[in-house]
Design a protein around this ligand. Structure first.
Ligand SMILES: NC(=O)c1ccc[n+]([C@@H]2O[C@H](COP(=O)([O-])OP(=O)(O)OC[C@H]3O[C@@H](n4cnc5c(N)ncnc54)[C@H](O)[C@@H]3O)[C@@H](O)[C@H]2O)c1
Length: 250
């Protein structure tokens, strides 16, 4: 029987994108509390720096939709902290909230660039070193919208569904290459600033679909990510973990 179970991450290097606020900030704080050395990557460098300073980590400006920006940010991370053990792809945007027939092509392109291409580029940037070192944990933040489809959120819902698919494919590509897992999570409504961009009627709709009848908290999401980022979560890959108060029980 194990005497101590802590899911410790001592000495491991964790990169969290979109960590300046909301869910990403809570994930960075939780992984740091478990002993990881954190790099907070965000478009908003000043706020990312404040988060990093409070947890003894480092920050870098990064636009996850741009390969050069990612390359520069990860160079800084590797120089300051060393090779990356844990990647949490959390940065994401909601996009415009309109029915399909009122959306422009650019509305899809913008959300696609951050939510899907961003995850693709970030994974591609770290997977080589994880394969070489036979170790890695990747957690992609998808959404319940990707499993169920929220009305007036087609760019968002479809990119999150794609993130779940990307996760499953990549998990299978690396499954035999060491202790290397790739999972996604699908939160329902979580209380963060992203909701500021979503009309009240849409928020009410999303909340009404949650059997627990409440929003989730960023701490609840961070706890799930912590487990998936741990060494102990070694036989679980390609999964999409629901954190939705019972909204999607599949
Ligand atoms: N809050 C929710 O209800 C909810 C539900 C399901 C999924 N999610 C997902 O969780 C993740 C975090 O959401 P949140 O609610 O904390 O959002 P948020 O808007 O509070 O924070 C998102 C962060 O990502 C950063 N960001 C945006 N575009 C970026 C880019 N191109 N490159 C780097 N950083 C960028 C922002 O600067 C911000 O700091 C997102 O992927 C979101 O889709 C949120």
């Amino acid at each position: 029987m194990p005497s101590k179970i802590f899911f410790r991450l001592d000495g491991q290097v964790a990169v969290v994108t979109g960590a300046a606020q909301g869910i990403g900030k809570a994930i960075a704080e939780r992984l740091a509390a478990a002993g990881a050395r954190i790099a907070t990557l965000d478009l908003n460098l000043e706020t990312a720096q404040r988060v990093a300073a409070a947890i003894g980590g480092m920050a870098a400006r990064c636009d996850v939709s741009n390969a050069d920006s990612i390359g520069a940010a990860l160079d800084e991370v590797r120089q300051q902290l060393g090779p990356i053990d844990i990647l949490v792809n959390n940065a994401g945007i909601a996009g415009r909230v309109l029915p399909l027939w009122e959306l422009a092509e650019e509305d899809l392109d913008r959300v696609y660039a951050v939510n899907l291409k961003g995850v693709f580029l970030m994974c591609r940037s770290v997977i080589g070193e994880m394969i070489e070192r036979h170790y890695g944990r990747i957690i992609n933040v998808a959404s319940i919208a990707g499993k169920e489809g929220n009305p007036s959120l087609i760019p968002y819902s479809s990119t999150k569904a794609a993130v779940i698919g990307l996760t499953k494919s990549l998990a299978k590509e690396v499954a035999s290459k060491g202790d290397l897992t790739v999972n996604s999570i699908s939160p329902a409504v979580i209380h963060t600033p992203i909701l500021d961009d979503i009309p009240e009627s849409t928020r009410d709709y999303m909340l009404s679909r949650i059997p627990m009848g409440r929003m989730g908290t960023v701490e609840e999401v961070a706890a799930l990510v912590h487990f998936l980022a741990s060494k102990e979560a070694s036989f679980t890959t390609g999964q999409c973990y629901d954190i939705s108060g019972g909204r999607a029980t599949y």
